[in-house]
Design a protein around this ligand. Structure first.
Ligand code: NAP
Length: 295
């Protein structure tokens, strides 16, 4: 099979990681971005990604993204677009993939696929999943646990959310399932490389189960100091970020099965636990002389 894939969200966390691992495993990668002149896009282009300038709001411009591809990696971010657009974009990608006779659609979802969570950004994904299934296109759904990047990436406001509000709602000792977005990308590549194994599968992905207290201790031992914490009341967080607040309540209502970790490692044995991921992040933050920053 010709290995050409189009990756949506290629300048983002999951899409960027998927592109990196697909390139490594011999795929020609097309990557959709609204801004090919951004720093991230220029770096991707230098690494071998063929950039396609297109906006998901513009179906005409999107057509060229599907030319000659037999696999699609689809991801949306409702915090950038809003929930309605997330659904519209996720459905658009799936329908255009069908029109282009794409052989495998890999959809980066979240949550558990259950419709009773009360979490708006899980429900939007269920709508997209249902539409994908109704189209009859060969698909794989990836349902990632909490990203380890929540502990570090500025977009996620870790001092406020990870190190303050989350433990206040969940409890310091409540076990949370984690996975790094680099490992999500590695798994997306495995899935694209082994369609016979993964088509029709809905995969829950997680590589470590650790409480916020344990993560804070790991942070302290790796970085030599505790993570910054900005105190803020839960009621204010609920007012500002009700979707995330609902997600934390839902998380608290259930324990993640440890079996997810074994199942994830069966697909990608190198999936990092929190400690190893954080050590890698420290190398990125403080590279030793001559070290290459490639994470
Ligand atoms: N945070 C967690 O713990 C967690 C866990 C599991 C799942 N999730 C889910 O992960 C998803 C976000 O994934 P991510 O973090 O990888 O996203 P991300 O890093 O924010 O990347 C979003 C990408 O979307 C692209 N984009 C946005 N609007 C676009 C448009 N109109 N047309 C074309 N491209 C557009 C951006 O590209 P350009 O700006 O270059 O155009 C960017 O590359 C969310 O759905 C979230 O619910 C999150």
């Amino acid at each position: 099979m010709d290995k050409t894939v189009v990756v949506f969200g290629v300048t983002g966390r999951q899409g960027g990681a998927a592109a990196k691992h697909l390139l490594k495993t011999g795929w020609s990668v097309k990557g959709v971005t609204r801004n090919p002149d951004s720093k991230k896009a220029i770096k991707l282009s230098a690494s071998g990604v063929e950039l396609v300038k297109a906006d998901l709001d513009n179906p005409e411009a999107l057509k060229k993204a599907f030319d000659g591809v037999n696999a699609v990696f689809s991801v949306q971010n409702p915090w950038i677009t809003g929930l309605e657009k997330e659904i519209e974009h996720g459905i658009r990608i799936a329908e255009m993939a069908v029109a282009a006779d794409v052989k495998h659609l890999v959809y980066a979802s979240a949550g558990t696929g259950e419709s009773n969570t009360g979490v708006p950004h899980f429900n939007s994904k269920i709508e997209i999943e249902a539409h994908i299934k109704s189209l009859g296109i060969p698909f794989t759904i990836l349902r990632s646990a909490s990203f380890m990047e929540l502990m570090r990436d500025k977009d996620f406001l870790p001092p406020l959310v990870m190190w303050n509000v989350k433990p206040k709602i969940l409890g310091e000792d409540f076990p949370v399932m984690w996975i790094s977005t680099d490992d999500v990308g590695a798994i997306a590549a495995v899935v694209c490389n082994e369609p016979d194994t993964f088509i029709g599968k809905e995969l829950s992905l997680g590589a470590d189960l650790k409480s916020v207290k344990e993560c804070r201790e790991i942070y302290r031992s790796v970085y030599g100091k505790p993570p910054k914490r900005i105190p803020a009341p839960v009621w204010l967080f609920k007012l500002m970020q009700n979707d995330l607040y609902q997600m934390f309540l839902w998380m608290k209502s259930r324990l993640e099965p440890k079996s997810i970790i074994d199942e994830t490692r069966q697909i990608h044995s190198g999936a990092l636990n929190v400690e190893r991921w954080m050590q890698k992040m420290k190398e990125v933050d403080f590279p030793s002389a001559g070290q290459v920053r490639d994470f």
